[in-house]
Design a protein around this ligand. Sequence first.
Ligand code: HEC
Ligand code: HEC
Length: 284
Amino acid sequence: MSSAIVDANGRYIEVADERGSRDPFRGRLLVLGLLFVLTLPMTFLMVLAAKPKPPESPFLEVAQRLGVPAYRIHGGRAVFLSSCALCHGENGEGKIGLGKPLRNSAFVQEHTDEELFSVISRGRMPNDPENTTGQLMPARGAQALSDQALWDVILYLRAMQDPTQPTTSLDDWIVRTEQEGGAQQQAGLVGESTGIGHDLFVASCSACHGPNGEGMPGLGKPLKTSAFVANLSDDELIAFVKQGRPIWDPNNTTGVDMPPKGGNPALSDEQLMEIVRYLRSIHE
Ligand code: HEC
Ligand code: HEC
């Protein structure tokens, strides 16, 4: 658009009006803007297409069979690697003298989740009538594993079972464990001189107080150096362990729960006495 005005000399001059003068520029802007708007989703789509797909979970099939999301089996595998593989082998193949094979295990296949939970949470003491080898299976793998972690690890044990394969024979494991013996002792997992007291301690107390009573930050106090332990008689110490020291107890010093009998109600007075003997033997 343009308009004409008359200058001082009476001549007409063409003057481009404001809007008209910007037109071509605006047009270019519009094209650029349009290009941008069009290419944006294209670029986005291209980035999406170029992004590597996450690898497919190897547990999808078994997760479907068990009716659980695959991430729980992955979680169970992480628990297994950190808390069970030491004795049972990275792939559940078992380690002579340390932990039985759990891959294609008749025991795992013949027991329900609840039964497996019970074995894993209570452990299996060497003198337990169900123990087959005289080796210790520590409660919760001697770690402070939550119930949820145990349910997940059970899913992972299920994922290790291949129903088309025969179950693994334990004869070789049991015979060689008896012959070679002491692998747990050599690995420092169970005590030699202190025997049953240390085994019981590992099974029921070490998850919080550490495998040798050295304490674990945020979980359980050191018992090796505890003046409280030193100042109590054996009977008083047993009475204390039976009762525990809940968070709301005015004597509680850490704000963390010491559960009655360490959370293992099956411990008898005789077994607690063995634990107390062990505590005496390690006290500095
Ligand atoms: C310190 C070594 C050790 C650790 C750690 C350990 N276990 Fe064990 N576990 C054993 C031993 C030894 C046995 C066999 C006990 C026996 O002779 O009956 C066993 C037995 C078992 C059994 C019964 C198998 C059968 O055939 O009788 C299951 C299930 C099991 N463990 C699961 C686990 C899980 C899950 C973890 C980790 C949370 C774990 N264990 C951590 C040593 C260990
Ligand atoms: C779930 C974790 C946990 C387990 C399992 C556990 N304890 Fe404790 N224990 C604690 C905590 C936490 C304290 C400190 C409580 C406080 O703040 O006073 C404690 C305190 C103690 C004390 C007092 C120490 C002191 O200096 O005041 C003794 C003794 C003790 N435990 C023995 C045992 C024995 C023996 C077992 C096994 C039968 C056991 N505990 C199992 C968490 C645990």
